[in-house]
Design a protein around this ligand. Structure first.
Ligand SMILES: NC(=O)c1ccc[n+]([C@@H]2O[C@H](COP(=O)([O-])OP(=O)(O)OC[C@H]3O[C@@H](n4cnc5c(N)ncnc54)[C@H](O)[C@@H]3O)[C@@H](O)[C@H]2O)c1
Length: 275
């Protein structure tokens, strides 16, 4: 997610510092970014030469102190409250006082992430969708102590970057995942009950509801393990039985059928991947 968000920032014309603890992740992301910008030029979505300019606006670092002068830091580390709190605490000591902090969390509370960091008034939720460079939506939320001026500045930045901000409460799943996780689980339960094959469910949803992607294609893209993690985050908070991970989903994860990244999920991608 971090790499995709960095593409959005650089494409918008901002100096972009990509920080990761793992240098190999940064190198991988840079190669994918170069390809993405080059293909954007080919498709006419970026002006000739703008690909090289956008890439030149991006620097990679493993040194957190490189973010000291940033106006906005968007955090996209793995979904763990303690890791995010620790990171914002460290960033608070490194960054200039006016730097805004944003979290891309999908399920954690912005209020809790901000708690104890030392600048709770300048922390906002900024939830991009996968893949961030293609999807316009950014769900934005305030923690209990977020200052209006900070939220408004973050909102203006998101709009200025060409994204579509939508305000939502600080609650797990915000809008989209709160609707999608139970919906995806309903689909998995329908498959388990033998109602229809994954391809037929996808076809029905695309042809009948006008969705561009079917739910099984989507779950394969986000990862079946991610769907389990989302369920584990939502169910205890909502006690919505539709948010509990369906047995078929758990079996598929145990079998290693994690979706596109593993070569198979509801569909088989091994031939496509040349395996
Ligand atoms: N994957 C999705 O579909 C999706 C969609 C929207 C939001 N999110 C959210 O985005 C965040 C990241 O998700 P992801 O799927 O990209 O995770 P990921 O595990 O693929 O990537 C996390 C990255 O953070 C790096 N990292 C770990 N600790 C770090 C630290 N202390 N400082 C700097 N970098 C660190 C890791 O090296 C890794 O490159 C999570 O909060 C997740 O909920 C994910």
């Amino acid at each position: 997610m971090g790499a995709g968000i960095a593409r959005v920032i650089a494409r918008a014309g901002c100096e972009t510092i990509c920080h990761d603890v793992a240098p190999e992740g940064l190198a991988r992301a840079r190669a994918v970014t170069a390809k993405f910008f080059a293909s954007s030029v080919k498709r006419g979505r970026m002006a000739e030469g703008e690909d090289a300019a956008a890439l030149a606006r991006m620097t990679d670092t493993t040194d957190l102190a490189a973010l000291a002068e940033a106006d906005l830091v968007i955090e996209a580390v793995f979904e763990d409250l303690a890791a995010k709190q620790e990171l914002f605490g460290r960033l608070n000591t490194l960054c200039k006082p006016e730097t805004l902090f944003a979290s891309n969390t999908s399920t954690l509370s912005i209020t809790e992430i901000a708690s104890g960091c030392g600048r709770e008034d300048r922390v906002v939720g900024m939830h991009f969708c996968l893949p961030a460079e293609l999807m316009k939506l950014v769900e934005m939320s305030r923690g209990m102590n977020t200052a209006t001026a900070a939220f408004d500045a973050a909102w203006a930045w998101v709009k200025g970057a060409g994204q579509v901000p939508v305000e939502t409460q600080d609650r797990p799943g915000f809008i989209l995942n709160a609707v999608l996780v139970p919906f995806n689980n309903d689909v998995i339960r329908a498959i388990e009950a033998g109602v229809a094959e994954p391809a037929d469910i996808d076809l029905a949803v695309k042809a009948g509801l006008g969705y561009r992607m079917g739910p099984c294609e989507l779950i394969d893209l986000i990862g079946l393990d991610t769907q389990v993690r989302l369920c584990e985050a939502f169910y205890p908070v909502t006690l919505n039985p539709r948010a509990a991970a369906p047995p078929l989903l758990r079996r598929m994860v145990a079998a290693g059928h994690l979706g596109r990244k593993a070569g198979r999920g509801f569909y088989d991608y091994r031939e496509e991947a040349g395996a």
